[in-house]
Design a protein around this ligand. Structure first.
Ligand SMILES: C[S@@+](CC[C@H](N)C(=O)[O-])C[C@H]1O[C@@H](n2cnc3c(N)ncnc32)[C@H](O)[C@@H]1O
Length: 363
């Protein structure tokens, strides 16, 4: 998924570093806590390599992705739902085997459109009475999102789908919506003209699930509080604590407000041209130069772990020297610099690559 700071292409490089420094000997039975999970790409990568994953984020839509990709270990059978719904046998959502998952996606793709919260607030016709009608989704796609989201909820309330199936369908919707939104990367603003992708007919994406024989755990909330809770109640010592906090003042919650609303579907009070929901509870201390280093220190100094792995951008609000100074006294420290593509630059002359620092601290 297109997400600020998505480490999909950095994860293999981190893994290589860990192998080079002989930190990964046998992933079996090693625990890996992805404390700022976002799109879940790092957790997924390490799950595939046999680690037991814990993951956390303060965004609810990230939690939905975590439940589907990290906690869930199997392909959904939709056993109960199949007793209630007649699926078409010619489902064409998937080019390969017509699994139950494909058939459910096909069913959802063909629902009657519905004029719900997303249509009324984020599509031009639904929000036509506003001074500037919102153009986040085409009228038709907004109605499809409402119909699909409402159906998923109804199935869950009637217990036609279990918890894993519920989150797998939500994750499919969240991933798909991103492909049709009329935005330039994030949701803080919509484009004033229609992007080609926003005019295509929304089709739910078949997401790739990761199977595993381990039990994995996902959390929604502030990651340090979550870590402290786990360490107090279970005296858990993590083999690897992976930290990928925000590195600048751009808060994630307002930038992804619409994914949050689709995931929660809670008819929030919204305001402004962009239709932002209230997000003051989701402010990250890592986005503030005054509090970021102190937050990092609380985790690095007081948490119990064997290795702490920290990703941080070379243009971040905490200086590299300050991080070195903080981590050095705590154990054996390695820091490597990896060239990394910029998320998006409107400045054509700006460099396309920045550096990502990776610190590995052995306690
Ligand atoms: C740089 S992104 C992580 C990207 C992720 N590694 C990926 O590959 O997609 C930072 C994430 O940290 C989350 N976040 C920020 N502060 C947090 C906090 N105090 N507790 C939990 N999550 C936080 C944000 O919501 C965002 O998803």
């Amino acid at each position: 998924m297109r997400f600020i700071g998505n480490k999909e292409s950095l994860a293999p490089k981190i893994y290589k570093l860990l192998t080079k420094h002989k930190i990964i000997a046998n992933a079996n039975n090693q625990s890996f806590f992805d404390m700022f999970a976002g799109s879940t790409s790092v957790g997924r990568f390490f799950k595939k390599r046999g680690f037991q994953i814990y993951s956390c984020d303060m965004l609810y839509f990230s939690y939905c992705l975590q439940k589907a990709y990290i906690e869930n270990n199997s392909i959904p059978a939709f056993q109960t739902l199949r007793n209630y719904i007649k699926f078409k046998d010619n489902a064409n959502t998937c080019l390969f085997e017509k699994t139950s998952f494909c058939k459910v996606l096909e069913f959802l793709n063909n629902l009657e459109p519905m004029q719900g919260f997303i249509y009324q607030n984020y599509a031009p016709s639904g929000s036509k009475d506003l001074h500037i009608p919102r153009m986040y989704f085409s009228d038709k796609n907004a109605q499809k999102i409402d119909a699909i989201r409402t159906q998923i909820q109804l199935w869950r309330e009637k217990q036609y789908i279990n918890e894993s199936e519920y989150f797998i369908l939500l994750a499919s919707l969240i991933e798909s919506v991103s492909l049709y939104a009329n935005v330039a990367g994030v949701y803080a603003a919509f484009c004033k003209k229609w992007d080609k992708r926003a005019l295509k007919d929304l089709q739910l994406k078949h997401i790739e699930l990761v199977q595993s024989d381990k039990v994995h755990f996902c959390f929604y909330g502030e990651s340090r509080e979550c870590l402290e809770g786990l360490q107090d109640s279970q005296s858990k010592i993590f083999d690897m604590l992976y930290l990928d906090p925000p590195y600048n003042s751009r808060q994630y919650a307002p930038n992804y407000h619409l994914l949050e609303t689709i995931a929660k579907y809670d008819n929030p009070a919204i305001k402004g041209i962009a239709g932002l929901r209230e997000w003051s509870e989701q402010k990250s201390k890592f986005c503030n130069a005054k509090t970021a280093l102190a937050e990092l220190e609380k985790i690095a100094r007081y948490a119990k772990y064997k290795y702490l792995i920290l990703s941080y951008n070379s243009e971040g609000i905490i200086q590299k020297e300050s991080i070195d100074e903080l981590l050095k006294p705590l154990g054996t420290l390695i820091c490597e610099q990896i060239p990394y593509p910029r998320f998006k630059s409107n400045n054509k002359r700006a460099e396309k690559f920045v550096s990502e620092y990776v610190w590995i601290l052995k306690r």
